[in-house]
Design a protein around this ligand. Structure first.
Ligand SMILES: NS(=O)(=O)c1ccc(NC(=O)NCCO)cc1
Ligand SMILES: [Zn+2]
Length: 260
């Protein structure tokens, strides 16, 4: 099973997932001076219903909040997107220390962690799985997390960790609006990319917000205390200390900026 260790990590994903060496892989290093300001980009608009939140789960690779995507009550639109994209799940990526852990970089700089809010194109497709196979099927909103003040909304997430410590555990999680995890500015970079975990499908319109939100080092440590192993594993349980993919070649892609 794929993971983030030497024997099953990003450097060997290509053995089982050939898209790993594709032409539009994510994440990337965003070189700000090469980003093209595009005045035709509309503002990114999120409209989330807190009642869409259903469960929080430990997948063994990350912690994810899953939303009811049976209707368009929680969507993102605008920005580079054509039409509504329906909210499906949000999850995080982090590293073994506060110095790195984000997936995207900005001018070579890592943040401590990165939030991904995952949506699928409900105007063109009838399900996430179908959308995930199309070049414009998914829209993932990336938000950088910078070590600083504790984040009261991240606290709502870390408060559940006792109940989802090991892989496969999940717990009810509702009345949560992911907008609370967005920075003040909705300025973003956008580029065509992929899932950053296997199967690495090249179906994501990425929008990465310029400004980070805060997370405290204690809150970060709680993410690392989650287990990547099932409870039954008993003695050989191990912590989820890192789950970020290295940056991938830009190849023939342009990054556009929504701001000057
Ligand atoms: N890291 S990432 O590129 O944002 C990403 C997004 C969705 C997935 N997969 C997914 O959402 N599967 C459906 C379960 O909700 C995997 C990786
Ligand atoms: Zn992700």
């Amino acid at each position: 099973q794929w993971g983030y260790e030497d024997h099953n990590g990003p450097d060997v994903w290509q053995d089982l997932f050939p898209l790993a060496n594709g032409d539009r892989q994510s994440p990337i290093n965003i070189i700000t001076k090469d980003a093209l300001y595009d005045p035709s980009l509309q503002p990114l608009l999120v409209d989330y219903d807190p009642h869409s939140a259903k469960v929080i789960s430990n997948s063994g690779h990350t912690v994810a909040v899953e939303f009811d995507d049976g209707d368009d009550s929680s969507v993102v639109r605008g920005g580079p997107l054509m039409g509504n994209y329906r909210l499906r799940q949000l999850h995080f990526h982090w590293g073994p220390s506060d110095g790195h852990g984000s997936e995207h970089k900005v001018d070579g700089v890592d943040y401590a962690a990165e939030l991904h809010i995952v949506h699928w194109n409900s105007e063109k497709f009838s399900s996430f799985v179908k959308a995930a196979c199309a070049p414009d099927g998914l829209a993932v909103l990336g938000v950088f997390l910078k070590v600083g003040e504790p984040n009261r909304y991240i606290e709502k997430i870390t408060d559940t960790f006792g109940a989802i410590r090991s892989k496969g555990k999940q717990s009810p999680f509702t009345n949560f609006d992911p907008s609370c995890l967005l920075p003040a500015s909705m300025d973003f970079w956008t580029y065509p990319g992929s899932l950053t975990v296997p199967p690495l499908l090249e179906s994501v319109v990425w929008t990465v917000l310029k400004d980070p939100i805060s997370i405290s080092c204690e809150q970060l440590a709680m993410f690392r205390s989650l287990l990547s192993t099932k409870e039954t594993a008993g003695i050989e349980s191990c912590c989820m200390t890192t789950n970020h993919r290295p940056v991938q070649p830009l190849k023939n892609r342009k990054v556009r900026a929504s701001f000057l």
